[in-house]
Design a protein around this ligand. Structure first.
Ligand SMILES: [Zn+2]
Length: 355
């Protein structure tokens, strides 16, 4: 156990996480604000707060054509919902840096990044992504990816951190698909895995109702990243990739059976793979009211699922970073409230375990 004291703001961090390698390095340095901030991909770092770190950026959204079916408005409303119900305060909010082309290049091809950033995506490829190209869309996706990277970095330091976006798991190295342009989970896992020496082991727990096909493909030959996907078998994508562990559910699966599937696998995965970090995609599209899901989970079922995943991982002393994943409804307020379930569960776990 390490005790870190920030001299600028008297923040005292008790680090209990056995896998936190950087903290030993930090201890050898003078832990002043500048040094701390430089160790994160953050525009704004909330080092003084002792509560759950939330990662959010105003550029998580961009303009879309009127009546576009992607519920872009949900991102700021997730944060609003948490403020309104006094789950978090603005002191807990960290802002990520935009993901650089170099960072994105650890997963995506040079050609795709140049075309995507430069607006040279063909009509056909734009249709596959579900979005018309715009410079705002590029910026949004890059901040969203930066947000997942930052949540991962903070989790490694503090045990738990949550973004209010992320989970774009259908993006492949050379193309986007299904509302996913950049694979934030893959970029974060690859970046935090490290390149030399003893690599970190990362477990991606993807409970979005759709299979994490892009992520599965990207890590199919990478022994240090384990991809675990629980999804509806008959849902998008039609052609599935092979994750390290796929659990395919029947249409109409309800809370009890769903949770039992997660409970059946997560403990042994943690025991055998022994990850240094878990990235958790807490998609809410398994909800019974979701427009693109085909399962029948309730709000309470999603809350119990999120609590179970976080408690099971944290109890083992393994850091976890969360992203919100998919969720589709025309009622943006209700959808945002549903996406905030993960942050409500994380706040409870943060307090319970004295993080
Ligand atoms: Zn989904």
């Amino acid at each position: 156990m390490f005790h870190l004291l920030c001299k600028t703001c008297t923040y005292r961090a008790t680090i209990k996480f056995k896998h936190v390698v950087q903290n030993e390095t930090l201890l050898k340095r003078n832990p002043m604000h500048g040094a701390w901030r430089r160790s994160f991909n953050a525009e704004h770092a909330c080092l003084e707060s002792r509560a759950l770190p939330l990662v959010h950026h105003v550029n998580y959204i961009c303009d879309l054509p009127e009546n576009h079916r992607f519920p872009m408005g949900k991102f700021p409303k997730v944060l609003e919902s948490l403020f309104r119900d006094q789950v978090i305060t603005d002191k807990q909010v960290w802002a990520p840096k935009i993901a650089s082309k170099g960072l994105l290049g650890c997963v995506h091809t040079e050609e795709y990044l140049s075309n995507f950033i430069g607006g040279k995506i063909s009509e056909k490829d734009q249709r596959r992504t579900g979005f018309p190209w715009s410079s705002g869309l590029v910026q949004r996706c890059r901040y969203e990816t930066g947000g997942t990277v930052l949540a991962g970095e903070i989790a490694l330091q503090r045990g738990l951190a949550c973004s209010t976006a992320g989970g774009t798991h259908h993006a492949f190295p050379g193309y986007g698909a299904g509302f996913c342009l950049l694979n934030d989970l893959a970029v974060t896992a690859t970046h935090l895995m490290g390149v030399s020496g003893s690599k970190r082991k990362i477990l991606i727990v993807d409970l979005d109702v759709h299979q994490g096909d892009g992520t599965a493909f990207i890590f199919k030959d990478e022994p240090n990243v384990f991809t675990f996907s629980v999804h509806c078998g008959k849902n998008f994508p039609l052609r599935k990739q092979q994750s390290d562990l796929d659990v395919s559910l029947e249409d109409g699966t309800e809370d009890k059976e769903y949770l039992s599937k997660v409970q059946e696998h997560l403990p042994w995965l943690l025991e055998t793979f022994q990850p240094d970090l878990v990235l958790y995609d807490s998609g809410v599209d398994p909800h019974w009211e979701d427009e693109l899901g085909r399962l029948r989970l309730t709000d309470e079922g999603l809350y119990q699922r999120d609590l179970y995943v976080l408690q099971t991982v944290i109890k083992k002393g393994i850091p976890v970073a969360t992203v919100i994943g998919g969720g589709y409804s025309r009622d943006i307020d209700q959808l945002a409230r549903r996406h905030s379930i993960i942050h409500r569960a994380a706040s409870k776990v943060w307090r319970e375990y004295g993080l």
